[in-house]
Design a protein around this ligand. Sequence first.
Ligand code: ATP
Ligand code: MG
Length: 421
Amino acid sequence: MEIITAVRGFKDILPGEAVKWHFVEQTARTIFSSFGFREIRLPLLEKTELFKRGIGEATDIVEKEMYTFLDKGDEYLTMRPEATAGVIRAYIEHSLFAADPVVKLFTMGPMFRRERPQKGRYRQFHQIDAEVLGSDDPQTDAELIFMLVHLLHTLGLMSLKLEINSLGCRDCRPAFRTAITEFLSGKEGELCGDCQRRLHTNPLRVFDCKVKECQQVLASAPRLLDFLCDACRDHFEEVQGTLTLYGTPFSVNSRMVRGLDYYTRTTFELTTESLGAQNAVVGGGRFDGLVKDLGGPEIAGIGFAIGMERLVSMLALADDGLDQRPLLYIAALGDGAKKKSGLICNRLRIKGIYAEIDYSGKSLKSQMKRADKLGCRYTLIVGDREMDEQIAELRDMRSSSQIKISFDKIEDYVINIAKEN
Ligand code: ATP
Ligand code: MG
């Protein structure tokens, strides 16, 4: 019969890879907790309105990439394409701002965007997302970036490039918008179809375009940084000063605008040269107007999203480097031996020892072969003779040495080995 495959752009994470995901998630949790971040778990489905208002109607995500459906004729729902909007929705809905003036949250999980699937780009992908709410201090920006870079270094990723920019605020961005619109008018013919449209809906988005011709047109475009108001310029300078103080290298990229409308002031990206076209591993920035736009109080925020698939693909770990191997394999031969072995095996497991057993009744040779393949450290052999004598053979798979051990001593003996290993 024909097999049913996964949906295009939706990827399975197999056990050999999942251990890497655990390693990344675990490292992130540990580091986040010492910086005061607490986990929030959110629904994957939200009202479409949340993303339209949060991310912005005239963005690629909202215009083209969302999985949206009419739920039984009632209301439009969307599989979340990113996490920030949902985090802020929950923050407002549960008045988390009332508990503490500064709230630091993180979340991890799948996001959905209907993009063209390719290497490093999927329709279901995963992010680790961290947000700080309640501080517009530039030191908060630097601290968040410092934590992020520390996480990546801890994971062994030393070569990522940090780029930062400032997108200004509601006071200074309109002037830049006018300037870029003027600059691009008359050059429409040189732009791609998407950008011709963006020119009228959201001219800043042109900077985000990956088409070479559009990038060429932009080479002599006005720079956002030249339009910053005094407050935004001071803010950006202090972010840079603090990063320097913390010893975090960065470069300023005045063309980086990021793909979501909610960003204000500091934005940043971490990119790599090792992943080809999909080179952004982390994106983030400030969103000082978002809480208010979503109906909450005037509260500043900043956050980032790490792309898990791209991050994991950069880890130098061998596929099975982190995979668990059984400490003990029990080769049981015969019905009585099988029952007794099952009991020993499961008693060891509840003591936290990874033991494996074969119920197939296959020959000793084939069971030893499997033990070897699983990379077991020790094998316990229990056959009819062993059942009669109540003594089993314990083989050290590394040295091939073998000892006899009575049934009633096995548990303690293996627990001791586990302590030493
Ligand atoms: P890109 O420019 O690569 O499309 P983006 O600006 O759309 O990225 P963000 O919305 O900032 O990305 O998301 C943060 C991170 O999530 C990205 O840097 C990337 O690592 C990852 N990411 C985004 N879209 C996808 C996708 N479709 N598949 C896999 N990872 C993704
Ligand atoms: Mg994108």
